[in-house]
Design a protein around this ligand. Structure first.
Ligand code: PLP
Length: 375
């Protein structure tokens, strides 16, 4: 079986790399938001090219606190997309605001040309999602942000290390929010998240809100939560941050091979990656016709696939009250075509096998008869 992913590690790696690091934390007695967390924060900020990094309990909290930090609240609106993980919209709703969903483009990213039409006097932020490790059209988004004086909060949960014109994602908006969930390219051993910002006041606010609102040990300034990264997670994240480039490079090599092998398959459309974008392939998604049959066929051939995401956010129970008011034609059209292929653990032979299996599926006239080309 070619598994979509497997989060387990080898016994060797555990013994040689993980266990000694965990032991250091246990022996130090510093478990929460201490030296090890600060080391990871500083190194992550340097990696992104940001002034500050503030670690929190999850990517969702990173988004919520970022919205808090720029004053988004009750009755405000935040522009984002519907084809994301539900956390994007949940974070907006958790601060009392309303997500306003804008359509996407062929590359599954926010269609920047549709943003201005969605702006109202209530719009308090734009939250582009760098889905898959791809990157949104930041030049257009930043120029709209500047023109209307509406801050950008980047949902960079899936895009650690991705770049736009050689600048890392997360560094374009007021803040950039990353998830360190075990499934992400930079993966922790429990939930985790981290926010980058160049704004000193926002950084200080974020440090307080994650820690009961305390500005010093006994003095509270704002209402806050408890959302601190623990040191056990931080030492593993620090270890994996040192290896992040090789993790990303391997994914990019496999993605390139997929692209090469599927490029001529008439029934498959590939995601386009402009030259000025460095894609890190948190997921490798293709667009296909006859998806359900293909997915079933691949499963029969021992290939596990996923759909990101099977239910669009505006169709989820808490968010479907405004159905019909958003114009999401492309989002809806593409949601029935997207298919995520394994990328995190595959080798060259497996990618060859997966692509040949897809090509074989469409070579069968019975599968072709009910579909049209996606090109
Ligand atoms: C696009 C997106 N936004 C936000 C999140 C939330 O991150 P977390 O699960 O760490 O809270 C995720 C995580 O899957 C995500 O993929």
């Amino acid at each position: 079986m070619i598994k979509y992913t497997d989060l387990g590690i080898s016994e060797d790696e555990f013994e040689q790399e993980i266990s000694p690091r965990l032991k250091t934390v246990f022996l130090s007695g510093e478990f929460i938001c201490d030296t090890q967390v600060k080391v990871f924060e500083d190194n992550f900020a340097a990696y992104c090219g940001s002034r500050f990094a503030i670690a929190v309990n999850s990517g969702t909290d990173a988004l919520i606190f970022s919205l808090n930090s720029i004053g988004v609240g009750e009755a405000d609106e935040v522009i984002t997309v519907s084809n994301s993980f539900i956390a994007t919209a949940n974070a907006i709703a958790m601060v009392g605001a309303k997500p306003v969903f804008v359509d996407i483009n062929e590359n599954l990213l926010i269609d920047a040309s549709k943003i201005e039409a969605a702006i109202t006097e209530k719009t308090k932020a734009i939250m582009p999602v760098h889905l898959m490790g791809h990157v949104c059209d930041m030049d257009s988004i930043l120029s709209i942000s500047k023109k209307h004086d509406i801050p950008v909060i980047e949902d960079a949960a899936q895009s650690v290390g991705s770049m736009y014109k050689n600048f890392k994602t997360g560094t374009f908006g007021k803040t950039g929010c990353f998830s360190l969930h075990p499934l992400k390219n930079l993966s922790g051993i429990t939930d985790g998240g981290i926010i980058v910002t160049d704004d000193e006041d926002i950084a200080e606010y974020l440090r307080q809100i994650r820690n009961n609102g305390l500005e010093s040990r006994d003095k509270q300034k704002i209402i806050g939560r408890v959302s601190r990264l623990n040191s056990l997670n931080a030492v593993i994240l620090e270890y994996r941050l040192k290896k992040i480039q090789s993790i990303i490079s391997k994914r990019r090599v496999m993605a390139e091979l997929y692209n090469k092998l599927l490029n001529n398959c008439q029934s498959v459309s590939l995601i386009d990656v402009p030259d000025n974008i460095y894609h890190t392939y948190h997921t490798y998604i293709i667009k296909v016709k006859n998806r359900a049959a293909l997915q079933k066929y691949l499963a029969e051939k021992e290939i596990e696939t996923k759909i990101h995401y099977p239910v669009l956010i505006h169709n989820q129970a808490p968010f479907n009250t405004d159905n019909g008011t958003f114009s999401l034609d492309k989002t809806t059209e593409l949601s029935s075509q997207i298919l995520t292929l394994p990328i995190s653990m595959v080798n060259e032979d497996e990618v060859n096998y997966i692509c040949q299996t897809i090509i074989d599926f469409y070579a069968d006239v019975r599968n072709l008869s009910s579909i049209e080309s996606t090109h």
